[in-house]
Design a protein around this ligand. Sequence first.
Ligand SMILES: C[S@@+](CC[C@H](N)C(=O)[O-])C[C@H]1O[C@@H](n2cnc3c(N)ncnc32)[C@H](O)[C@@H]1O
Ligand code: SF4
Ligand code: SF4
Length: 300
Amino acid sequence: MKFSHFLHFAKFGIKTILFRKKEPILGTVIVTDKCNLKCKHCSVNNITAVVHPYDQIIKEMKMLYDMGVRILFFCGGETFLWEEGGHTLRDLVIEAKQMGFLIVNVVTNGTYPINLPEANLILLSLDGDRERHNAIRGDTYDRIMENIKNATANNICFYMAINQINKNAVRDVCETAKELPNVKAVSFNFHTPYPDTADLALSKEEKAECCRTIAEMKRGGAPVFNLVSAFPYLINNSFPTPCHQCVVVENGKISTCGRCIDVPGLCEKCGYFFVAEYTLLFKGKLKIVFEMLKTYLKYI
Ligand SMILES: C[S@@+](CC[C@H](N)C(=O)[O-])C[C@H]1O[C@@H](n2cnc3c(N)ncnc32)[C@H](O)[C@@H]1O
Ligand code: SF4
Ligand code: SF4
């Protein structure tokens, strides 16, 4: 990360903590909810299957920038299905950088060729070893591994949503991240139990066991992008929600934190690590501040 970018984030953090401000710094644009997969744990694919127009997405990016957002995510549906009027996902990443976003990340299922060297991180969903990943995501593991091998940059970060099907595969994903030269990190979430996937949620004890494994792997040198100091809060769901420093835009509608904000009772069961990490950071928890500095400066 450039020093000037670091200074921007440091200033934002200090102002937010001292004056309890609620302005956003992280924004997500949903480019489409269309998807080529139908993963067992997912409630947000193919609800409209609309691919949002280029002009609308550029307008949404400008709106986020004007609100102060400087960390931008593109998410879906499957982001690599986005294409409009001759523009590709890569063009959106390049435009975002030119617009002034300091960090630009893309979330993908990894089933399409990966050519996004301008992105800071490509969060690529890997949900276990071959057997458990395929149990959740269909027969996609081998195709994804081939795409990772052929990716044009080493900016991939595995993104694993831990649930009842893959709770014993945390170690496998860490080991795979260590082995592949194009993968620089791994980041976890716990399953967030939307009403139609509530049976996949983990108990407190199961979350604690996963956190023990992740912490052990991080101590052992696995490139874990999460903060161990946030684990007790994630296990007990005792972190504040929602995250006021995060916003999401989907088809012109802007929501605080996630598009799940409207699902009654879901925030109390939230499994997203970024929510715990950001809300605790902006509450000024010192352990979180120091671990985040150490971790983020290593991988971004
Ligand atoms: C909705 S997908 C969109 C991007 C892309 N299609 C993909 O699979 O990465 C974004 C991430 O959310 C995760 N996810 C989906 N449903 C979830 C849930 N209920 N709880 C936690 N993570 C979830 C997916 O595993 C994926 O890593
Ligand atoms: S690939 Fe992503 S958007 Fe598609 S079904 Fe799976 S988790 Fe949902
Ligand atoms: S806190 Fe609520 S809105 Fe935010 S990600 Fe979690 S469930 Fe979604």
